[in-house]
Design a protein around this ligand. Structure first.
Ligand SMILES: Nc1nc2c(ncn2[C@@H]2O[C@H](COP(=O)(O)OP(=O)(O)OP(=O)(O)O)[C@@H](O)[C@H]2O)c(=O)[nH]1
Length: 302
């Protein structure tokens, strides 16, 4: 229960950083196993919700961002625009740098971008994977990180052994505005995995084409099976349904390139969700006017 002298806070956070810096693992450590059903997300964010930290005094919603890349193509630039838009929509950003790796050009590139928004969105420096470094190394990394940009706060954590995970939650929560829960309790879910996976794929597929295909994509996970003779690999079979042939083209992209990107992005998230390597078999199908056909709708899980 919220005590009268502590005001309830709620809002959004995202973690940014080079690939492999521990963002997903940290999100999972903060959130536990509860995942939000993104189809019921509040209108305040257009981005995939990775999880919700639910406390008596706060609700912290962690959203996902695709990685920021040095743009080489127009698509790369567009993607980066999406990333920046997300960063400026959240209440607090966590910039993740692992304790056991030297800060490099990739980190500095991200920092240059973060500095631009740090006057209106607080950026917390997060030194991750502290269990892989000595105390001395962690201390040095904190100092080195401070040289990269000015942070609202600095927190070393290990998602692996739980070191300072609660403290990080406190720091992030302290940066949220006062406000009521954005999700009622009931919307945190232990949804069947297939529903969550379908939602992750749908979100990935909508990224960047939401305006063109706002409500025209549905995803059905047909099967999740363990690969024979392997205990570390799951095959996930999913179909992505659109209403018209023209929409199929949009989803596939030139020579199927867009679908491959969508698949790769969804695969990473599904792997994080299931804690296993996965192979995603993703196919696009046209289900004519599925939004108006109750039979189709039921089949697609609506
Ligand atoms: N020892 C240790 N390993 C960690 C920790 N956090 C993450 N890892 C490992 O580091 C690797 C990358 O972690 P992820 O959470 O996937 O990193 P990410 O930043 O989300 O990666 P991308 O999705 O590629 O951007 C995985 O093998 C994790 O198991 C930690 O606190 N300690």
């Amino acid at each position: 229960m919220t005590t009268p002298d502590v005001r309830h806070r709620s809002g959004f956070a995202c973690f940014v950083g080079r690939p492999n810096t521990g963002k997903s693992t940290l999100t999972n450590a903060l959130v536990g196993t509860k995942v939000a059903i993104t189809s019921s997300k509040p209108q305040t964010t257009r981005h995939a919700i990775r999880g919700i930290v639910q406390r008596d005094d706060a609700q912290l919603i962690i959203v996902d961002t695709p990685g920021l890349h040095r743009p080489r193509t127009l698509l790369g630039q567009r993607l980066n625009d999406v990333v920046r838009a997300t960063w400026s929509e959240v209440d607090v950003v966590g910039f993740c740098v692992p304790a056991n790796e030297k800060i490099g050009p990739g980190d500095r590139f991200i920092a240059t971008e973060l500095v631009k928004l740090s006057h209106h969105t607080p950026v917390v420096g997060v030194v991750t994977k502290t269990d892989l470094a000595s105390r001395q190394q962690v201390a040095e990394q904190l100092v080195a990180l401070q040289d990269v940009m000015e942070f609202a706060d600095l927190v070393p954590v290990s998602a692996q052994d739980g070191f300072q995970v609660d403290q990080l939650a406190d720091v992030l929560v302290s940066r949220l505005p006062e406000g009521p829960r954005l999700y009622p309790d009931g919307e945190l879910t232990d949804e069947p995995e297939a529903t969550l996976i379908a939602e992750l794929i749908r979100e990935a597929a909508l990224e960047g084409v939401r305006d063109e295909l706002p409500h025209s994509i549905a995803v059905l996970v047909e099967e999740i099976v363990a690969r024979e003779d392997r205990d570390d690999l799951l095959d996930v079979y999913a179909n992505l349904y659109v209403e018209r042939d023209s929409q199929k083209g949009i989803v596939l992209g030139h020579k199927g390139e867009r679908l491959r990107t969508v698949g790769a992005s969804a695969r990473r998230q599904i792997a994080a969700l299931l804690g296993s390597k996965i192979y995603l078999h993703l196919h696009v199908k046209v289900a004519k006017d599925w939004q108006r056909d109750p039979k189709q709708l039921r089949r697609l899980g609506f």
